[in-house]
Design a binder for this molecule. Structure first.
Ligand SMILES: [Zn+2]
Length: 451
């Protein structure tokens, strides 16, 4: 009796699968046909993979993907919606691999203790919008308490709020009392940040927990930092053995690992342990540069805050320990980033937005050029290289058939004036236009049939 009952269940399951296979594609077809076709016409297109500018691009977008890219005046599809951007330059949507969307600028002091997780998620919704409208269509968020960044990612994917496509880390792992702990309260509060894990066993558990609750990437703190109270950016925090365990476990479970590393020794130990990216890398030396090249490790220089701090420090109401540490960090970082760029370490763009106001992310292109990257290399860092670091080269980072339709446009030639990338005038993500400041085409302009 029980056996035949089970067989009946099995029969219906097989029948259901058969129905899905039989009718699945047939049902999907009308939807695919209904996907809107858009044609973007512009003056120039910068192709970061080839490192060159091409004239008179015509990009055909169907649904959320790029269908074709051609050059000239012929528009290949009739009946499509036409977006004519005149003489503008098209670029792939920008990618920022180091942001703190759920934090507002200047949030590192005691006021941060009053921010709840739901409030942090709402702060994230505001900042995600600003970031998208600045031309950043994909962003990696590295470090958020309470998994507020997981909620933000899912809300964006569900269309509840607008923002870039996200990879998120949840809470960053770190040692007790380290940069990724929260050291503001005295002992009697017994307060630790959620990512704290000491020793191999606790670290393995924490990596698994981050993945369980929705982390796409694992972030940890290898050294001290600027905003944390009572630690030293010149010292290592995790031991080499702890780093090896952390990185091996994350990789085993299919996650890349990003590490905050300032001190020379922490950079080298993290690279030797197989980390995918060194974030900041302030005290990187020649041996560290060679090691990074040997291991194909990305450097995420987060250089714009160095310049932003110098200009705005007095208005920022920073805790005294931050001012003290920044005075040591800033000159060292500028020199060592310039050395790394000259030695052609692989660079992915990351801004540390959240340390300064969100939406200014495009400043990172300018600061990397100021420290020695060519404009072409800077754009590559924020498109093709960042896509590679995120493991998403097959989705984003270029304007190419088959990739997601993430396209931005600026007036003029950004390779001649890199600051133009701080004022993006057109933003499309997933085939949807979120910003278009170019003069409107006649309403409802369409490519005439037979054109
Ligand atoms: Zn950061």
């Amino acid at each position: 009796m029980a056996l035949s009952h089970r067989r009946t269940d099995g029969f219906w399951l097989i029948a259901l699968i058969a129905i899905c296979f039989r009718f699945g594609p047939a049902l999907a077809q009308p939807q695919a046909e209904a996907a809107q076709t858009i044609i973007i016409r512009a003056g120039k297109l910068f192709d970061p993979a080839a490192g060159r500018v091409l004239n008179h691009p015509v990009v055909v977008i169907r649904g959320n993907k790029i269908e074709s890219v051609s050059y000239g005046t012929t528009v290949p599809v009739s009946g499509a919606k036409l977006i004519d951007l005149g003489e503008a330059t098209l670029l792939p949507g920008f990618i920022d691999v180091h942001t703190h969307l759920t934090m507002n600028a200047g949030g590192g002091g005691y006021e941060s203790l009053g921010i709840s997780t739901p409030r942090a998620a709402l702060i994230g919704a505001k900042n995600a919008r600003l970031t998208l409208l600045a031309g950043f269509t994909t962003v990696r968020n590295v470090g958020a308490q309470g998994y507020a960044d997981v909620a933000l990612r899912d809300a964006i994917n569900d269309g509840d709020v607008i923002g870039p496509r996200l990879q998120v880390s949840g809470p960053a792992l770190g040692i007790t009392g380290g940069h990724c702990d929260d050291n503001l309260l005295p002992f009697e509060f017994h307060h630790s940040a959620e990512g704290v894990a000491d020793g191999p066993e606790a670290i393995m558990h924490r990596v698994r927990e981050v993945i369980k609750y929705g982390g796409d990437v694992v972030k940890f703190c290898a050294s001290g930092g600027v905003f944390s109270k009572g630690d030293n950016p010149l010292l290592e925090q995790y031991s080499p053995e702890e780093m090896r365990v952390l990185i091996a476990e994350a990789h085993r479970l299919g996650r890349k690992v990003a590490t905050h590393a300032h001190s020379t020794i922490s950079i080298k130990d993290a690279v030797r342990a197989g980390v995918d990216s060194i974030e900041h890398g302030i005290f990187l030396d020649q041996e560290g540069i060679e090691l990074m090249k040997e291991h194909h490790t990305f450097l995420v220089p987060t250089s714009y805050p160095l310049f932003w701090f110098e200009e705005h420090e007095s208005q920022m109401n920073l805790p005294p320990w931050v001012i003290e540490k920044a005075a040591i960090i800033i000159p060292a970082a500028k020199k060592n980033m310039a050395d790394a760029f000259r030695n052609r370490v692989r660079v992915a763009l990351g801004t540390d937005a959240g340390v300064y106001p969100h939406g200014l992310n495009g400043g990172e292109f300018w600061s990397m050029v100021t420290l020695g990257l060519t404009p072409v290399q800077a754009v590559q860092a924020g498109t093709t290289n960042a896509a590679e670091l995120m493991g998403w080269s097959d989705r984003i980072g270029a304007i190419r058939p088959g990739l997601l339709a993430d396209i931005v446009a600026v007036k003029g030639d950004p390779l001649a004036d890199i600051r133009l990338l701080q004022h993006v005038q057109f933003v499309m993500k997933d085939g949807v236009v979120y910003k278009n400041e170019f003069p409107a085409e006649p309403s409802g302009a369409r490519v005439p049939a037979g054109d």
